[in-house]
Write a protein that binds this ligand. Structure first.
Ligand code: SF4
Length: 80
């Protein structure tokens, strides 16, 4: 089964919450008005949050990336 890496640039997130509308169980509203990517870990080298997912949730993450109004805040990469 294919694996995907979701990369979330929380610094650049503006709290538009479009991701939360399409996948509230994965992109959770945080106290600062932005979102937290459920289960993600912070990568100190890149300054971004990362989460490896399988095909089960990928469509929801792709949809979140598509509706996010800020370019490259949510990236979805296939893990080889
Ligand atoms: S849609 Fe993009 S900018 Fe808006 S809260 Fe989600 S990640 Fe942040």
């Amino acid at each position: 089964m294919a694996k995907y890496k979701i990369i979330f640039d929380r610094e650049a997130c503006i709290g538009a919450l479009s991701c939360n509308v399409v996948a509230p169980e994965l992109w959770k509203l945080a106290e600062d008005g932005k979102v937290d990517l459920e289960g993600a870990t912070y990568n100190k080298e890149t300054g971004k949050f990362e989460l490896i997912v399988d095909e089960k949730h990928i469509n929801k993450h792709k949809e979140a990336a598509k509706v996010c109004p800020v370019l490259n805040v949510i990236l979805v990469e296939e893990v080889k």
